[in-house]
Design a protein around this ligand. Sequence first.
Ligand code: DGY
Length: 427
Amino acid sequence: MVRSKNTKTAIDVKLAREILERNDRGGYSVPTDGLYPFQWSWDSAITALGWMTIDEHRAWQEAETMFSGQWDNGMVPHILFHKDAETYFPGPDVWGSDKQIPSSAISQPPVWATAIRIMYEQASDRALANEKLLGLLPKLMAYHQWWYRERDPDNTGLVCSYHPWESGMDNSPAWDKPLAVVPEVDWAYQRRDLGHVDAEQRPHKPEYDRYLYLVDFYKRHRFESQYIFDHCPYKVIDIGIVSILQRAGNDLVELCRIADEEQGVTDLTEALQRTRNAIDDLWSDERQCFLNYDLISDEAIDEVTTATVLPLFGNLANAGQAVSMVELMDGWLHATKVGLSSTHPSSPRYESQRYWRGPVWLHINWMISLGAESYGYPELARRLRNSTRDCVTASGFWEYFDADSGDGCGGDNFTWTAAVALYWLVD
Ligand code: DGY
């Protein structure tokens, strides 16, 4: 395990707290200064768990600020551009949405209901938790209904995604083929990410050209749901989003029960059952895990990534599938210095330090570890947690970690890394 840069084995709690405080912009947190100067949805949900260990009021505020930018149709955008910033591209003008709080026009893995259930259950201020839950519950319901209505209008049980950024795993090799058929933009632009982070750790230009084509496509078609569903050149079933939505849906059922919202329980139960009925279509006997699916070419995407074992987190695997995925991860964890690498190292597209093509992310390990534990595999859960802790104690609070060396990559002083450390890694 990584011990090369220093010999500390305990999490630096003081520094983790300072990072949350430093990245607080008054009611919301930026993932890191400069590189990501706005509020990102799934970062923010994970960050709220970190805030719970410091200041419960502030944790609830993180959620409320995010949901203040919810669209009328229920979507929670993946970015809220609360204030202008010159250090990030593409900004609100490129997205062109006309909402009161400028935002992007796609969402991100819907981890919010899971975070809110944890916050509710762990809160010491019960009165505050009850008040906040009642305010947030209808918004969470509208968000989940948006996913089912807009992203699965045919009720197949499997919601779809329109952008690699929506997966949160932007540059995953799983998206290479579906993204390759998207046209490139023909206008010039200046990337800002490369001013903050080494180009070896970020996506290449041809991918950015296509990311931007999609952003432009939504704007040109005025964010019209049906048109985008019918014509978007990129449309995938992202097993990460499906699994996180399922976990969050089950958590939302529990929140509805707490609040005596019987109709919510009924609606969600039907949708959750549809997903359970459909999930086996994504299982691969050859890979011993689930796979993402390209809806444009109509084929499974043959790439083993951390998303493809997330059905453990979503409680979507049967017992046999769970055993297979646990065995797969056993070898996977042995194959890199720190794990779990975001892409399986046997893939020819694996790159240990490039964004989502190999590095380790803390919050994903937390999710897989929770899933492994709930399926009765505490040993795997423990190994994942130890390996995750090793990344932080050896290298610090980076955005992600090189799977072959354990070195920190991407942005430093990263909010969700500090938050996961505070919430999950401190003994
Ligand atoms: C980026 O700009 O790299 C973000 O991940 C998009 O959400």
